[in-house]
Design a protein. Structure first.
Length: 172
């Protein structure tokens, strides 16, 4: 009895190890090169193809819900105290320059961005000490107040961006 359980355990361990190695090799290797001219038209349309007829939208679909084209990138203008924008996009990104006047170009800047309408605090990425960009900031339908605050060397500047998100409309 002892011998057969041990043998089964060893066999299962070897089988799982071989399967794991095989799966790892498949995941880490590049897919084979395929010439699109050699693929018949009937099989070239797949679920993962962006031009696939499978992805055509139905009557109940929301227009512009797929893809990065529905997302907005807004440049913050330091000369304006407040900016406004209307969109149907469910999210947007903000980018711009440090609005603290007279700050040393190499000084550290603390940038805080918050959508006060839904409480979302954006992640701010400083590409240089003077420029920033954010992650996608989610928007509620209607008016969204975005508070932007720059702090550098004891100085602080606040800006307001108002984004009005229009309700999504169904495709006819």
């Amino acid at each position: 009895m002892k011998f057969s359980k041990r043998r089964v355990t060893q066999t299962l361990f070897i089988a799982v190890s071989i399967l794991g190695i095989f799966s790892s090799v498949l995941l880490l290797s590049d897919p084979p090169q395929v010439n699109s001219d050699e693929i018949p038209a009937a099989t070239s349309s797949s679920l993962f193809s962006l031009n696939s007829t499978v992805l055509n939208r139905s009557l109940a679909s929301v227009t512009g819900a797929l893809g990065p084209s529905s997302d907005i990138l807004l440049n913050l203008n330091c000369a304006e105290v407040s900016q406004s924008l209307e969109t149907s996009s469910p999210r947007f990104r903000l980018r711009g320059d440090n609005c603290v006047g007279g700050a040393d170009k190499s000084s550290v800047i603390n940038t805080q961005i918050k959508n006060t309408s839904n409480g979302y605090v954006a992640t701010v990425f400083h590409r240089t000490p003077q420029t920033f960009t954010t992650d996608y900031i989610n928007l509620n339908e209607g008016k969204n107040e975005i508070q932007v605050r720059f702090e550098s060397q004891g100085q602080a500047v606040e800006k307001t961006v108002t984004i009005t998100r229009q309700p999504a409309t169904a495709k006819n």
